[in-house]
Design a protein around this ligand. Structure first.
Ligand SMILES: C[S@@+](CC[C@H](N)C(=O)[O-])C[C@H]1O[C@@H](n2cnc3c(N)ncnc32)[C@H](O)[C@@H]1O
Length: 475
């Protein structure tokens, strides 16, 4: 059913909680029956989900502390209600986060701790569970927006689908769409990078009520009632959609909602969807317009009429394509002061050509980063146009103390990174000029005294090329 994401080898069950690749020996955990496929090392990435949760809880504790200080020093109580709601909301959400991470912590408790510098970066493209709470509201609170999406997808599946064996919903998040399409298929897979989000969605679908507070709605409480219980075969897969554990040509339908526009490289996602679909399989997409690699940055995102030529070249026939409008995360139902901006959405349905071109995915297979060979070392990296990295060293001063934080930004998205990783990137990118080969870069890294063996260096290149698409590689 699944294959190794590093070498495409066959997986064997070592125990009820670990699968192992019979070829390269990589191990993949199963937590609460959720399959975890993360590179370079799934076990280290699990640790990062816990760290991510601890960071959110500690930021809540800091905010509460600052609010309490304000209350102590203020002589009016104008904000008292909002402050109370916020403090209660953060305390309640911290408990939800704790519950969600319990099974990850107990899985890790029995095993020696493993740290891999790249592990945090493999989950960074995904959303944190806390960021996904508004999506739980959107999918499960009876919003008209979700009803619209559900109906668009079910009509399209009914009209175009010929094979009802399997569907995969990529970036499934709160899993509303996954649950709703699962009625039609023998097996339904949800794929997402956020394990805590899947643990919560799975427990909810299996009957556990969910309550949380929404920051975007001034910390109002949302209580969700689980859906009708279902005997549908729903499987949850934690994986990067750029490199999924599905065998080539194995899926009947792929669904993407607000995913093509979120990934670092929509062309690679298109190639990966082409790889996993059966010949004649369907891809149904609902997302904001996106820019394709190589498009002039100045022109921004593609218009609807500029898409068919791209997808036809990638091996798909266009069945339908239209503009839709969607009010993303519209909280009006619970919160009077919510924003409601309708966004433009591209809704399209494609069919993979019947005569599978057997591209085996890409021009150059991902596996070369995990099975060192001479030709990969001759490849030359260059910075991707429009995805240049910007570094910012931020220093803040508070009560005589100073804090320093290193942030990077790509296409306007900021995130903080560990200082040692920032140093490595800073040094490496000075030599990424479209002329130096990977071998040359590896030599430079060594000369600068950074201890990284060949395997770890190629894993770093995988992260930069496949996961975050900051560099492209040429022969
Ligand atoms: C904008 S949300 C959309 C969620 C859902 N499709 C919806 O529309 O309600 C994007 C989701 O994709 C996940 N995600 C982002 N990048 C991903 C990647 N490279 N691989 C797998 N999941 C990813 C995030 O964790 C998040 O759940």
């Amino acid at each position: 059913m699944y294959q190794c994401i590093a070498c495409q080898g066959t997986l064997i069950n070592k125990s009820t909680s670990i699968r192992i690749c019979s070829h390269c020996g990589n191990s993949y955990p199963l937590i609460d029956e959720i399959s975890v496929f993360l590179l370079p090392d799934s076990l280290s990435s699990l640790q990062c989900f816990i760290m991510e949760m601890e960071e959110i809880k500690s930021s809540f504790a800091n905010i509460s502390h600052r609010l309490e200080e304000h209350e102590q020093h203020s002589d009016d109580d104008m904000f008292a209600n909002r402050i109370e709601m916020m403090k209660q909301g953060m305390a309640a959400n911290s408990q939800v986060l704790d519950r969600t991470c319990k099974s990850i912590s107990s899985f890790l408790a029995d095993r020696p701790r493993k740290d891999n510098t790249l592990a945090w970066s493999s989950i960074k493209s995904g959303f944190t569970f806390h960021d996904m709470l508004p999506y739980f509201y959107q999918d499960w609170f009876g919003t008209p927006e979700f009803a619209k999406v559900k109906s668009l997808f079910s009509k399209t599946v009914a009209e175009h689908c010929k094979d009802w064996e399997s569907v995969a919903v990529l970036g499934a998040g709160a899993c509303g769409l996954l649950y709703s399409v699962a009625d039609d298929f023998q097996v339904s897979y949800g794929v997402d990078l956020s394990l805590p989000t899947f643990i919560t969605a799975k427990n909810f679908i299996q009957g556990e009520p969910l309550a949380f507070h929404l920051k975007r709605a001034d910390w109002h409480k949302v209580e969700l009632t689980p859906p009708e219980s279902t005997a549908n075969d729903i499987r949850y897969v934690v994986s990067d959609v750029m490199n999924m554990p599905f065998v080539s040509g194995s899926l009947s339908v792929v669904i993407t909602q607000f995913m093509l526009d979120f990934v670092s490289n929509p062309k690679r996602l298109t190639e990966e969807i082409y790889r996993v679909l059966k010949p004649g399989g369907l891809w149904i997409n609902f997302s904001n317009p996106c820019r394709m690699p190589g498009d002039p940055v100045e022109l921004g995102r593609r218009k609807l009429n500029e898409l068919p030529v791209f997808f036809e070249k990638m091996g798909f026939d266009v069945l339908s394509m239209e503009n839709e409008r969607f009010a993303l995360l519209n909280l009006e139902k619970i919160y009077a002061e919510a924003d409601n901006n309708e966004q433009l959405v591209h809704f399209f349905t494609l069919r993979k050509n019947e005569n599978d071109r057997n591209l085996s995915g890409y021009d150059k297979p991902i596996q070369r980063f995990f099975k060192s060979n001479d030709s990969v070392w001759a490849e030359t990296p260059r910075v991707v146009k429009g995805r240049e990295l910007t570094f910012a060293r931020k220093k803040s001063f508070e009560q005589g103390c100073s804090n320093e934080l290193i942030e990077i930004s790509v296409e306007g998205h900021y995130f903080s990174i560990p200082p040692n990783f920032a140093m490595l990137l800073d040094m490496l990118f000075k030599y990424v000029d479209g002329k130096n080969s990977l071998r040359k870069l590896f030599t430079v890294v060594h000369e600068k005294g950074i201890s990284l063996n060949e395997d770890a260096f190629l894993q770093l290149i995988y992260v930069l090329n496949v996961q975050h698409y900051l560099i492209e590689l040429e022969e």
